[in-house]
Design a protein around this ligand. Structure first.
Ligand code: FEO
Length: 164
């Protein structure tokens, strides 16, 4: 049986992942408004990934006999100053999520909750990828600066991302 403390923390993490999904869906809408449909595609795929993350925590909680207690999802931002500002926000948010995952790992360790510890390893690895992806796009945006052609090339590349 999972501890109450871990149960509460996983419920909170479901909310964090749902908020991540909401944030990226909001950002996808922002890019659609700018007619940058490659950026839109990338964020729309990312939105789905976040839903999968939330589901993984949900399924784990149910499997361990924990109580599911869903809270309200915070309203995300609706607009950004441009692609660079948006991807700075993505990277900042993913770093925040990494911090949350690390706290869960610390809690699992402190409680000697091996099952939660093992489950969380998937998220530890996933966060490395999440941060690297955001960092990579941000670096490219910094490289092209204000050059519209460069921005359109990045947009074309981001259009290739497919739902996992
Ligand atoms: Fe669910 Fe982007 O971390």
């Amino acid at each position: 049986m999972i501890s109450k403390k871990m149960e509460e923390a996983i419920n909170k993490q479901i909310n964090e992942e749902m908020y991540s999904a909401y944030l990226y869906l909001s950002m996808a809408g922002y890019f659609a408004e700018q007619n940058l449909m490659g950026f839109h595609n990338w964020l729309y795929v990312q939105y789905h990934e976040e839903l999968v993350h939330a589901e993984k925590f949900y399924k784990y909680l149910v499997e361990r006999g924990g109580q599911v207690r869903l809270a309200a999802i915070k309203e995300p931002e609706h607009t950004w100053k441009g692609p660079r500002d948006a991807f700075e926000a993505v990277l900042k948010h993913e770093r925040h999520i990494t911090g949350r995952i690390n706290e869960l790992v610390d809690m699992a360790e402190a409680e000697k909750d091996r099952a939660s510890f093992a489950m969380l390893q998937w998220f530890v690895n996933e966060q490395v990828e999440e941060e690297a992806n955001a960092q990579d796009i941000l670096a490219k945006l910094e490289m092209v600066g204000d050059h519209k052609q460069g921005l359109l090339m990045i947009d074309r590349a981001l259009a290739e991302r497919k739902k996992g």
